[in-house]
Design a protein around this ligand. Structure first.
Ligand SMILES: Cc1cc2nc3c(=O)[nH]c(=O)nc-3n(C[C@H](O)[C@H](O)[C@H](O)COP(=O)(O)OP(=O)(O)OC[C@H]3O[C@@H](n4cnc5c(N)ncnc54)[C@H](O)[C@@H]3O)c2cc1C
Length: 383
């Protein structure tokens, strides 16, 4: 096994780190205090990311993307994880699902999104269908050459910045009551689509979620992404790559939390000595580093498998599970090491601690990841 980082990977990481420090970290306080990223700032960051060659790093070079392999991409995402997600997202990758675009969809959606001219959001979740997506009520009824969509999606991230949605809706029912799901590309300015304010979330200030209502929305059948009734096949690759991304970002957040805690332990004095000399503090640092490394190995292993085209659902699930639960532990222990100052917004720890909470919920809760991992072991035994 070779654990060395190649020169080209190191170069990518250094480039991202420099960009994060120069262009993103400087705006963290503003975003935390105002709860939004000014539209001019969004445009400026996106332009700088495009100029720096960091935009759409996940997309193949032939499509105008950065063409990073999945392992290098995970390293880059980790470096982005140092900062707030509302800022990171502006530079983030377009959804991998878009690679399923065919025919006119390529020019209308895929390529402009890779160029940063269009922005997508993705809508699966509904008030009554979260983990159990097959239970979704939003339906797209086929009528000749078009679908008519009715229903509601909620928790839809960055729908305020997007101009189209990759929408998952029920297009039929299989034997029994299992819904057949299809994916559609729907422009958000189509008649009958309403963007309603979402909820205030404790995590990721400035990164908003919205409610999308669809009332007799007519969508041409040509906007079907992938095959009719096979939306989950289209979604599967995205789900695994998104879980890898969440894991990698958690590593970056933990890097920052650990570095703040380490500096503090090495300089803060109580009882006449630096607190890092108390075993009660130093052992926390040891546990934080050990768990961070374990999550790093699980994440990079999954990313490496993905780059070989061999990543299974369970590999991505283990990466997300280990990294998100590690970050919960590391961010909490970091605050403990700082004491009261850990909770103050002068330092990034309270943000990292708050932001970490959503990572165990979105893109599949920790329980769903455990379900995927255990199913992978038990199913071959007929259980
Ligand atoms: C800030 C934020 C942004 C989001 N952005 C998007 C987005 O852009 N697009 C989108 O489509 N969705 C988005 N989501 C939705 C997210 O993916 C769901 O919240 C998540 O899948 C969980 O669904 P739920 O919240 O309805 O919880 P539920 O599914 O109701 O789960 C509640 C609890 O029951 C547990 N549970 C459920 N089923 C099982 C089971 N089989 N075994 C064991 N335990 C189980 C869960 O683990 C959880 O603890 C977002 C969510 C948040 C919070």
């Amino acid at each position: 096994m070779d654990f060395a980082i190649s020169d080209s990977q190191q170069m990518v990481v250094d480039t991202v780190r420099a960009f994060v420090e120069r262009e993103l970290v400087t705006h963290e306080q503003e975003v935390e205090r105002t709860g939004k990223v000014r539209p001019e700032l969004v445009a400026e960051i996106r332009r700088k990311a495009i100029d720096a060659g960091l935009y759409a790093a996940n997309m193949p070079v032939e499509l105008g993307g950065g063409g990073l392999d999945d392992l290098t991409l995970a390293m880059a995402e980790r470096a982005f994880g140092w900062t707030a997600y509302a800022l990171h997202y502006i530079v983030a990758r377009p959804s991998n699902i878009l690679r399923a675009c065919t025919g006119e969809q390529v020019d209308e959606y895929l390529l402009p999104t890779v160029r940063g001219e269009r922005v997508e959001c993705l809508a699966m979740s509904e008030p009554d269908a979260g983990s159990d997506l097959r239970g979704m009520a939003c339906r797209a009824e086929r009528r000749g050459d078009e679908f008519v969509v009715n229903g509601t999606k909620h928790f839809i991230s960055h729908a305020d910045l997007a101009d189209y949605v990759i929408l998952f809706a029920a297009t039929g029912t299989a034997k029994g009551s299992r819904r057949l799901i299809s994916a559609l590309l729907v422009d958000l300015d189509t008649a009958g689509v309403e963007r309603a304010p979402g909820y205030n979330c404790v995590s990721n200030r400035g990164y908003h979620n919205l409610i999308l209502n669809f009332d007799d929305v007519r969508v041409p059948a040509a906007k079907l992404l992938g095959e009719e009734h096979r939306g989950f096949e289209v979604a599967n690759e995205w789900l695994s790559s998104t879980r890898l991304q969440v894991a990698a970002v958690c590593l970056g957040r933990a890097d920052r939390a650990l570095s703040v805690a380490l500096d503090w332990a090495a300089t803060r004095e109580q009882f006449g000595q630096r607190i890092g000399r108390f075993q009660g503090v130093s052992f926390k640092l040891a546990d934080m580093r050990t768990r961070l490394l374990a999550a790093e190995l699980t994440t990079y292993r999954a990313a490496w498998l993905s780059a070989q085209g061999q990543m299974g659902d369970a590999d991505a699930a283990m990466a997300k599970l280990s990294a998100t639960e590690m970050l919960q532990f590391v961010s909490d222990e970091a605050i403990q090491i700082l004491g009261g100052m850990g909770l103050m917004d002068e330092l990034p720890l309270e943000r990292i601690w708050r932001d970490a909470r959503v990572d165990r919920i979105w893109d599949g809760t920790s329980e769903i990841q455990r379900h995927i991992v255990s199913r992978d072991m038990l199913r071959p035994l007929g259980c």
